[in-house]
Design a protein around this ligand. Sequence first.
Ligand code: UD1
Length: 416
Amino acid sequence: MGKLIIDGGNAVSGEIHVQGAKNAVLPILAATVLTPGKSVIHNCPSLRDVDKTDQVLEGLGCSVKRVKNTVTVDACNMTGCTICEELMREMRSSIVFLGAIIARQGEAVVSMPGGCPIGLRPIDLHLKALRALGIDITEEHGYIKCSAAKIRGADIHLDFPSVGATENIMLAAATADGLTSITNAAREPEITDLGNFLNAMGADIRGMGSSLITIRGADSLKGVEYTIMPDRIVAATYLAASAITGGEICLTGANPNDMNAMLHVLGEMGAKIQCDTDKIYQLSPKRLKSVHTIKTMPYPGFPTDIQSPFMALATVADGTSVFIENIFENRFQHVDELVRMGADIKVTGRSAVVRGVEALSGANVVARELRGGAALVVAALAANGRTVINGTEFIDRGYEHIERCLRQCGANIRRE
Ligand code: UD1
């Protein structure tokens, strides 16, 4: 297990170019198997989860080549329809391959993804929707087996606007017979990115970004060249890193339009923010103000993925802030670690009450999941003294060269 060692106190000031969005790359790489052609994907961050997705593709018989941040997938010789248990366990978001594999091969076999550190993460909505598209699904011995002679368009209502289920339906329905509609679809920008990619391949998908998505099945799709959208969660994490240290930062290659809920909260906490089309400038106050209440919600609400890094901000803000986690039941694992650093946080069920303290102090802490780990980095940058963060493999799932990005802005951070 690697460690990040951070000596807190330096302002995070300067410029960071925002990486491509992990949560957009994964379903888009899955979508490349929908065509026997070649797809060239630019702005793919070099991350553990993206490497694992490449391994899934290779396991299916695709050829995958990476040159810097461009990944070329040739799915011409795809022969497989199975994702091995090991890869499913390592990255439960591989479930999004289900819709794509079944659409290409007529059958798909994946192991049951099981729980993960942030919660149970069931896949009932995925399976119900795929069944509605005429796919036969059996669940036995820990495996999900799907088959369909032909996928047929259907009207699907999601009981919850699940991001992964919406993506799986789009992938399965892109080449189905007839029209599919998804009501109560997820509206996340990554859904729009996937839809734009599929449309570039020749699909006919409309309504991305709204709660009603329609998909008219295309006869066939072709390989294309595409650039992944910026990562809005990584962008907000770097804004938090700068805000907590009283820094001045400019993010380039960002899309502020996707980040309204997060930018609004930073403004409420006292940061001065100015946006251009693809840039965000932020000037931080000497001390942040608390926020009344942050409730995580599906997009365009406040994202669950940035709840923990923003909680780190609240630990040293002036006043009391309340966080309510509505999406995942076990997403407060960073709390105990922040408390070790001197934070005053009380958790009751899905709510956390954070009373801002004057300062945090460095400690030995453990990242237990991706965004919780990022929260510890944010807190450590402002803490007095040295923080050692163990479990960096979680942070590496979503942040490309996090120490390099922060060091170039003056942070005292290194990896061991
Ligand atoms: C995606 C993101 C993740 C983000 C989440 C919510 C990727 C790779 N991951 O995860 O970073 O935190 O969206 O914005 O894009 N649910 C069910 N049954 C299902 C599916 C989901 O009950 O079949 C529940 C989940 O347990 C959770 C909620 O719905 O409570 C949201 O899950 P979902 O939107 O599906 O998140 P993911 O796609 O897994």
